[in-house]
Structures are given as C-alpha cells and as structure tokens.
Ligand binder design. Structure first.
Ligand SMILES: Nc1ncnc2c1ncn2[C@@H]1O[C@H](COP(=O)(O)OP(=O)(O)O)[C@@H](O)[C@H]1O
Ligand SMILES: [Mg+2]
Length: 446
C-alpha cells in the first residue's frame, strides 16, 4: 500500500519543538522518527501522514494532527512519487476511516461523550502505559439514543486519527450478523486480499490478528446483540483499542472486563434536544416555542424520536397543514411517531428502506418469552411521567410475588427495556412506554 504524503506546517512543528526545549535530535529520539524526516517536516517538505500523526502524539494530547497540517498547501500536496493529489483526497479522515460509514450529517451535542470516549481509548494504548491487555470500551444506551451516530463520529474524530494513526475498522452486526463477510471486509480494508482464502471465521480472525499485531488501529463493532458475535472481532494487538456498541446491558456486561469499561450513552439534554428539533423544523420551532418545549420534554431526549418528530413537523409545515394539531398529537399519542419511518441512516443496510420506529423497538421485545413480553406490556397503562416504578408498584401490576417479579425485571433490564435507578427503582423510556402500549393493544385483540 502506498502511503500518501502531505505538506506539513513546518513552522508549527518547529515552534512546538522549541516550546518543549528540544533539538531536532531530541524530537527524533522522542518520536522514533528519523532526524532527516524531521528536518524535512520542519522545512515544509512533503511527509507521510503517519509521520505527522506520530509527531502530534509525541507533542502531547493538546496537539492534534490538524495542527501540523499546512492547510494552505492542501492543493499542492503530492504523492510519494511526486504526482499531485486532489485536495479532497488528503483530508485527514480519508485514509483513516477505513471501511467506516460516513460522518453523520447532523450531530447535536455529544462533544463531551466524544472527548470522554477518545480519552479512554487513547489512554489505554498510550505509549507510556502500554497494557498487556486489549483495551475495550462498551457503549450502551436505549435504542435510538445515538450509539451508532457517536461511533461514526469517532471514526472521523481528529483525536482518534492521532491516537490510532493506522486508522479505523468498522463492523456492523445487528441481531443476525454476517460475521465472516464483515471479517473479510476488514482484511480487504487492510489491503490483504488473501484473507478471502480463509475457510472459516476462526481462520479469518487469525489472519487479521497477524495483520494487526504492529498496527495502531481503532476497531469499532456496532450494534452487538450477543457477546459471542463480538469475539471473532477481538483481533487487535496491544496498540489497538476496541469500541463496541449495544442496546443490551447484558452484552455490555459480558464483554467489558470491568464495570468501568462500560460507557453509558445518555439521552440528549433538553437544550440539545430543542436545538435538534430546531435544525429539523426551524419554522415550526420558531413559531411554536412553548409547544415544542413540551414535545421535547415528552420525547425525553431520544434522538430517534426527535428526528422522526422533526421530519413529520417539517413536512406538515411545508404542506401548510395544521402544525399545532400535529404537535398535540405527537405529544399525547405516539401512534404517528411509532408508525413513521425511521431516519434513512437507520436502514439495516445501504439501499434498503428504513423500518418504522415501531419495528426498530420491536426488535427488543420480539425475542422475549411471551409471559415476560406480556408483563412488560402491562406496565404501560400505569407508567407515570417520567415512567419510574418501584419494585412494589411492579409487583402490584403483575400480581406477582417478589421472587418472580425480580426474575422478570432481571430479564427486562438485560434487554435494556428497564433501566435500574438504584434503591429498587426502575425507569422505562417514554418512547418504550408507547411501544409497550402498542404491544398491549395487540395482546388484547387476540
Ligand atoms: N447527536 C445527534 N444529533 C442529531 N441526530 C442524532 C444524534 N444522535 C442520533 N441521531 C439520529 O437519531 C437516530 C438514532 O441514532 P442511532 O445512532 O442510529 O441510535 P442507536 O445506534 O443508539 O440506536 C439516527 O437517525 C441518528 O441520525
Ligand atoms: Mg445503532
């Protein structure tokens, strides 16, 4: 594979070096880069992106790869053989994102989550405290809270490019994953066509393990439904880190070595939620401030619900229909929201039609044992706002003794349908309450 070169910001590199009181030889020592290459970089002569990346890491966490680029010279960049490269060709992500999906087209808030996640993953593989174990962080949260979106943003994050200069590998799993073909995609992305000769998952994993031994890469496994699906992707060496997303707390628990390795992705704040709605349906939010605030509170910061509501409102406004009525409907009865199509970026695979919101949520309840599903559904009519329950309330609704209630609660918590708040209190997200309501209606019809 030919490394692409870019024109560095020589002045910036020299300044950063002098600020640290280093000679060029010191910097060469610190970074393990040839002194000759450092002379080139400081003179603004083309160097490999990888070199800049290592320099950024050597200068410390406050320096990012972008700081060492000569953005003015982007057009003048060239390949190792001296031929010109398109400006768009050399943007930092291009070589780093591997087979990851594109940057999200809309991302509200999440700066803190991205900074936290990057810091965790990068610290785990830092040169000074290199561990003998594989670094893994499991991101979990409600369906539709934005796990995939945050993971996509990570793949393009400049600090991730700095910490993992060899790039990112991405696998999308879901309830019934194509494990072998995802692994083959990793092999191809690493430039190793011979991976196609692997006869099974174990062999493909082995080949990739060998390829990754000396690379510094971030491995992202999105939407895991079973811990055993993730194991074939745990192929990173000690300089790699792994980020797994899942809606199932039981999967996060099974994968994360310690509870500290689980990152709970929370809903958006009220402020960010209103901003998101405002981006999607600006005129509506401008004209109906109060009603939109009420709607946002009702949707409890779930980006999936906000996206769908925002699009419905925008369409209604464009058609000139009664927006206040739709606002009221969305607030009081979620049928419209649940029956609407999920945003296009939630389709199972590119080119496919995205499912309805109801279908996305249904995935969480489909595989439940019928008695447990019924118990979950029966909570809906009793759900206060916000929908918090005490163990005693739940026992009363189910007319069950404590042992049996606890057993069911354990399953629902494992499935991410109930969130323990501590002290025997539990919460259901408002959007899941509405899903439970739909289930209940179906059960009654039977
Ligand atoms: N921070 C955000 N800003 C704007 N839209 C978001 C944000 N997070 C998620 N979304 C949108 O909400 C929907 C659900 O997000 P997704 O990442 O697919 O959720 P999850 O993977 O947790 O189920 C997607 O359409 C996504 O584009
Ligand atoms: Mg997802």
């Amino acid at each position: 594979m030919r490394e692409r070169t870019v024109r560095p910001n020589g002045m910036a590199i020299k300044r950063l070096r002098l600020e640290r009181g280093w000679t060029q030889a010191d910097l060469a020592d610190e970074s393990q880069i040839a002194k000759r290459t450092i002379e080139n970089a400081e003179a603004g002569r083309p160097v490999e992106i990888r070199t800049l990346s290592i320099l950024a890491t050597t200068f410390g966490s406050e320096v990012s790869l972008t700081d060492l680029f000569d953005s003015q010279a982007a057009d003048a960049s060239c390949n190792a053989d001296g031929s010109a490269t398109q400006a768009s060709d050399i943007s930092i992500p291009a070589m780093h994102i591997g087979n990851a999906p594109s940057l999200p087209s809309l991302l509200i808030g999440r700066e803190r989550d991205l900074a936290n996640l990057t810091a965790r993953l990068a610290a785990g593989v830092s040169v000074t405290e290199r561990p003998a174990t594989q670094v893994l962080t499991a991101v979990r949260g409600w369906p539709g809270v934005g796990k995939t979106t945050v993971a996509r943003a990570m793949a393009h994050w400049p600090q991730v490019a700095t910490a993992f200069p060899d790039g990112v590998l991405w696998a999308a799993l879901g309830p019934s994953p194509q494990i072998l073909s995802e692994l083959l995609a990793w092999g191809r992305s690493l430039g190793e066509e011979s991976i196609l000769l692997s006869k099974d998952i174990a062999e493909a994993s082995q080949r990739i393990t060998a390829l990754l031994r000396d690379r510094r890469m971030l491995l992202i496994v999105d939407d895991a439904w079973d811990a055993s699906h993730v194991l074939p992707f745990a192929v990173g060496g000690r300089q790699c880190a792994m980020l797994v997303t899942t809606r199932l707390p039981s999967v996060a628990d099974a994968l994360a070595p310690t509870p500290g390795d689980i990152y709970h992705l929370d809903v958006l704040s009220e402020h960010d939620s209103l901003e998101l709605l405002g981006k999607l349906a600006p005129q509506v939010v401008e004209r109906h401030q109060k009603e939109c605030r009420e709607l946002v509170a009702e949707l409890e910061g779930l980006p999936l619900a906000l996206q769908v509501a925002g699009r419905l409102l925008r369409a209604e406004h464009a058609k000139g229909w009664s927006v206040p009525e739709l606002l009221r409907e969305l607030r009081d009865d979620k049928a419209k929201l649940l029956n609407a199509q999920a945003p296009a970026d939630m389709a199972a695979s590119p080119g496919e039609v995205s499912p309805t919101v109801a279908a996305l949520l249904q995935k969480s309840t489909d595989s439940l044992d019928p008695t447990i599903r019924k118990r979950f559904a029966s909570l809906a009519p009793f759900a206060p706002r916000p929908a918090t329950f005490e163990l005693e309330d739940i026992m009363a609704v189910w007319k069950s003794d404590e042992a049996s209630a606890r057993q069911t609660i354990d399953v629902l918590v494992d499935r991410g349908l109930l969130e323990p708040l501590g002290d025997g209190d539990f919460q259901i997200h408002q959007v899941l309450v509405h899903h439970a309501n739909t289930l209940l209606k179906l059960l009654k019809k039977r």
